[in-house]
Design a protein around this ligand. Structure first.
Ligand code: TMP
Length: 207
């Protein structure tokens, strides 16, 4: 089985979680059972942190928010992602440390170099093999999210300028490291996006 670490990034309502599930089905059809997880979350400890972080009733400052993301990340990487990769598994992660650079960096205005240092500490330097960016106008994503059955979380409620900065930072990160990133048009149909995802992933499966 190929050892492969794939992360899914994008704004709210970009369809990345749906595409993660679709990719898992395609992999299963090839006899590959991926480990699926998400950030913040993916372990009992990190899911607890997630519910605190996304609770609209709480108002953590930017630094507290960023450090809580890192605590959740450190637990997930150490107890789920690294062990799975060490066993040669494919890991699909819904968001990873690029989300911190986009949301806490561009969104909240925290220092980029500081956040990159914290990311390295939390991940032990583990970098994804492939990062898929589901790029979408944030107004469209937020409208989708509002129309969906699920409720909006604390970060969804940030002003549109916040979400615009997040989108631009993701695109800038993708330009910085084009070998790792694939930018996908998240306005296309789910079937077309699934095909784009597969075109990015299949060549990396080997054999
Ligand atoms: P999601 O699971 O719907 O994508 O929600 C997770 C939220 O957490 C989303 O609004 C983005 C935010 N987030 C950050 O602000 N920083 C991070 O490092 C991560 C992983 C997520």
């Amino acid at each position: 089985m190929p050892r492969l670490f794939i992360t899914f990034e994008g704004g709210e309502g970009s369809g990345k979680s749906t595409q993660l599930a679709r990719l898992a089905r395609r992999l299963a059809a090839r006899g590959i059972e991926p480990v699926m997880t998400r950030e913040p979350g993916g372990t009992p400890l990190a899911e607890g942190i997630r519910s605190l972080l996304l609770d609209p009733a709480r108002r953590p400052g930017a630094t507290a928010e960023a450090l809580m993301m890192q605590a959740a990340r450190a637990d997930l990487v150490a107890t789920v992602i690294r062990p799975a990769l060490d066993q040669g598994r494919v890991v699909l992660c819904d968001r990873y440390d690029d989300s911190t650079l986009a949301y806490q960096g561009a969104g909240r205005g925290l220092d980029d170099a500081m956040l990159r240092g914290w990311n390295r500490t939390a991940t032990g330097g583990l970098v994804p093999d492939l990062t898929l960016l589901f790029d979408l106008d944030p107004a469209v994503g937020l409208a989708r999210r509002a129309g969906a059955a699920g409720d909006t979380n604390r970060l969804d409620r940030e002003p549109s300028a916040f979400h615009a900065r997040v989108r631009e930072r993701f695109l800038a990160l993708a330009r910085e490291a084009p070998a790792r990133w694939r930018v996908l048009d998240a306005t296309a149909s789910p079937e077309a996006i699934e095909a784009d995802v597969w075109r990015a992933v299949e060549p990396r499966l080997g054999g």
